[in-house]
Design a protein around this ligand. Sequence first.
Ligand code: KG4
Ligand code: ZN
Length: 346
Amino acid sequence: MPTILAIESSCDETSAAICRDGQILSNFIANQTVHEQYGGVVPELASRAHLQHIVPVVHAALEKAGTSLQTVDAIAFTQSPGLIGSLLVGAQFAKSLAQSLNKPLIAVHHMQAHVLANLIDDPKPDFPFLCLTVSGGHTQIVLCESPTRMKVIGETIDDAAGEAFDKSAKLLGLPYPGGPLIDRYAKEGNPERFRFPEPQIPGLNFSFSGLKTSILYFLRNAGKSNLYKEEFLATEEEKQIFIQKNLADICASIQQRIISILLNKVKKAAIETGIRDLCLAGGVSANSGLRKAFEEMGTKYQWRTFIPAFQYCTDNAGMIAMTAYYKFLDGQFSAPDITASARAEW
Ligand code: KG4
Ligand code: ZN
């Protein structure tokens, strides 16, 4: 019955969770609002905010779980990938704590943890399953054979899906992060009204940069074309009027294209591998259009679909704790000289 304290600090959320025997007892997340005014995450401010939040967040997680540090059997932390300054705060905190309590340390790969968020609540997928992980930094299709054996079988060659949402929103003049706003406006819009191109990328990889360029020209041309042509160029005022009048339809059409790019590759992966249990993970899985289309695809092809609860989709320590639980059972502990890494292979 191991009790694990896990810490996540890879980007701009400081989070701590307690997991006992594979059950998440608490998952406390402190969001950093300081970045909003800059239109994106500022790495140094993120590190400083982690330093500020980490002690109260760990206390809150212990308190919510009704437990204390004395009952903890191992300390887990996100080792990679992420912003290096942010990762170092969590790594150093976890190492010091493990050292002072004389408990083992478990380093966790953030992207593996996003996938295993699907094992937190019931119903759970059977192995092997496929997982589409979509966040602000990543877009991957992962084939998961066991909690400790998984491989990336498709990924983006340029922007991540969350970036595609956020960059499109920025072109529309919406504040950061724009993904949730596109989702909100899209609910009122007609997704068939405007057509954006679907990239022809071989295999199971994704690309979103062409979509971004086509939206840029489409708006510069006030909707007359997706292509760059001098004769279509609109004035700034014409562009703003066009956006104002058509915002819901533009958002719905962009969202529909991002979803079709994602799900066409998931469909291809499911057909090629014959795997019938499909999962979603990452912050973009909060998108209501994606959730609906993912479930409809499952119903149509008789595949089982799984989406973690919202608190386990965005960055959180619950998923780190869950992954650490399986590593604990497998005896995968980390050496005391382990460090954090901005990028690391699985
Ligand atoms: O996983 P996450 O919380 O953080 C990391 O990037 O690791 O994902 C954040 C991304 C942002 O790009 C945000 O715009 C996007 O998820 N996002 C959404 C929605 N909610 C969050 N995108 C579209 N629709 C949403 N409802
Ligand atoms: Zn993440």
